[in-house]
Design a protein around this ligand. Structure first.
Ligand code: MTE
Length: 317
C-alpha cells in the first residue's frame, strides 16, 4: 500500500526529515538571535525535552512538514480557549500529563485501564507524516509518532457487539480554563465506525516531530485520522469505549446541520457557512500565499474510499 504519488509533488514541497529533526537546534539559534515572533518563541518554550524514537512508516506523505512552530502554536483545543494561540499559551503549564490513565472498555473481552506509559509500549512506534485538514479550511503536514489503533483494538478483543469506538477526552476544570465557556458540551467526545478505527491509517498518537506530544497538541495521547476533518482527531484521551450504537460526537451535538458523524474530508460537500473546495496550508502565508484544492478523503482515497462504497456521502457527511 503506497499513499504518496511522488510525481504529484514538486521537489520544492519536499523536505528531507533531517531538516525538521534539526529543528530544536535551529529554534534555539533563532531565539538567541531574536529572530522568532511571539508565537514562535512560545512554541520554543514549549519544546518538550523528551524525545521519542520511531521507525519511518511507508505510509508517510512525501510532502514538506509544516514548521514545528506553527503546528505547536496554532492549535484547536477548546478546553484551553477558543483562540488559536490559547492552547500553546496555557496548556503546557496547566495540563498534568502524568500520572495518566486511559480506560479501554465496553464491548470487549479484555477491558483494562492502562497507564499511559504501558500503552506507549504496547506496539512499536512509527513515524507517520500525515496531512491534517481542519474543517476551518486550513491544513498542515505533521510527522506524528504512534502506532495503529488496530493494535490496541486487537489487544482488548472486541465482542461481536462492538460496532463503533467512542473516544472521550479529559474535562477537568482545574486544569482547563476553557471549560466554563460552554462552547461545547464537555467532555469532548468523538467516534469512529469499527472498520474506520481498525484501518491501518488510524493512528494512536503519542508524539510529533521526534518528541512527546506537546500539551497543546493533545498530550499525552490522541487519535489521528488523516482522511477526516481534524475535529475527529480527539486530544488528551481518557477513555476508549467500544459500543453498539453510533456515538454522539460533540460537534454534531452542538451543530447537527454543520457537523456530521463521518466528517470525511470532501471538497464536494460544503460546510453550510463556507466552501470546503480549497484550503490554506499553514506556513504558506505572505508573498507565496496560495490556496490548494482540497482532495477527496484528504488525498487518502486509494486507501479508504472502499470503506464508504455505496454510501451517499452528501447525506452521510
Ligand atoms: N480534541 C479536544 N479534546 N478538544 C478540541 O478542541 N479540536 C479538534 C481536534 N481535537 C479539539 C480536539 C480540532 S477542531 C482540530 S482541527 C484538531 O484537534 C487540531 O489538532 P492540532 O491543534 O494538534 O493541529
Amino acid at each position: 500500500m503506497l499513499i504518496h504519488r511522488q510525481t504529484d509533488i514538486a521537489p520544492s514541497e519536499i523536505t528531507p526529515p533531517r531538516h525538521w529533526r534539526d529543528r530544536r537546534a535551529l529554534v534555539q539559534a533563532a531565539v538567541a538571535a531574536g529572530l522568532l515572533g511571539a508565537a514562535g518563541q512560545a512554541a520554543a518554550r514549549n519544546t518538550s525535552s523528551q524525545k521519542l524514537t520511531a521507525k519511518q512508516s511507508p505510509l508517510s506523505t512525501m510532502e514538506r512538514a509544516t514548521p514545528y512552530e506553527l503546528v505547536t502554536s496554532y492549535c484547536n483545543f477548546y478546553e484551553f480557549g477558543t483562540e488559536k494561540a490559547d492552547p500553546a499559551r496555557t496548556a503546557p503549564a496547566r495540563l498534568r500529563t502524568r500520572p495518566w490513565q486511559v480506560a479501554v472498555d465496553g464491548e470487549v473481552r479484555r477491558p483494562r485501564t492502562f497507564d499511559v506509559d504501558d500503552l506507549l509500549k504496547l506496539a512499536p512506534l512509527e513515524e507517520r507524516i500525515y496531512r491534517l485538514r481542519c474543517v476551518e479550511a486550513w491544513s498542515a503536514v505533521v510527522p506524528w509518532i504512534g502506532y495503529p489503533l488496530a493494535e490496541l483494538i486487537r489487544h482488548v478483543e472486541p465482542t461481536g457487539n462492538a460496532k463503533f469506538v467512542e473516544f472521550t477526552t479529559l474535562a477537568d476544570p482545574q486544569q482547563m480554563p476553557g471549560l466554563p465557556s460552554r462552547v461545547l458540551d464537555w467532555p469532548y467526545v468523538e467516534g469512529l465506525r469499527m472498520d474506520e478505527a481498525r484501518h491501518p491509517l488510524t493512528l494512536l498518537t503519542f508524539g510529533l516531530y521526534g518528541e512527546v506530544l506537546p500539551s497543546q497538541n493533545g498530550a499525552p495521547l490522541r487519535v489521528v485520522v488523516p482522511w477526516k476533518y481534524g475535529f475527529k482527531s480527539a486530544k488528551s484521551l481518557v477513555r476508549i469505549r467500544f459500543v453498539e450504537r453510533q456515538p454522539v460526537n460533540s460537534w454534531h451535538k452542538s451543530a447537527p446541520k454543520e457537523y456530521g458523524f463521518y466528517s470525511n474530508v470532501n471538497p464536494n460537500v460544503d460546510h453550510p457557512r463556507w466552501s470546503q473546495a480549497s484550503e490554506r496550508r499553514l506556513g504558506d502565508d505572505g508573498l507565496f500565499n496560495r490556496r490548494r484544492p482540497t482532495l477527496m478523503f484528504n488525498g487518502y482515497g486509494d486507501q479508504v474510499a472502499a470503506l464508504y462504497a455505496g454510501m451517499d456521502l452528501k447525506r452521510w457527511f
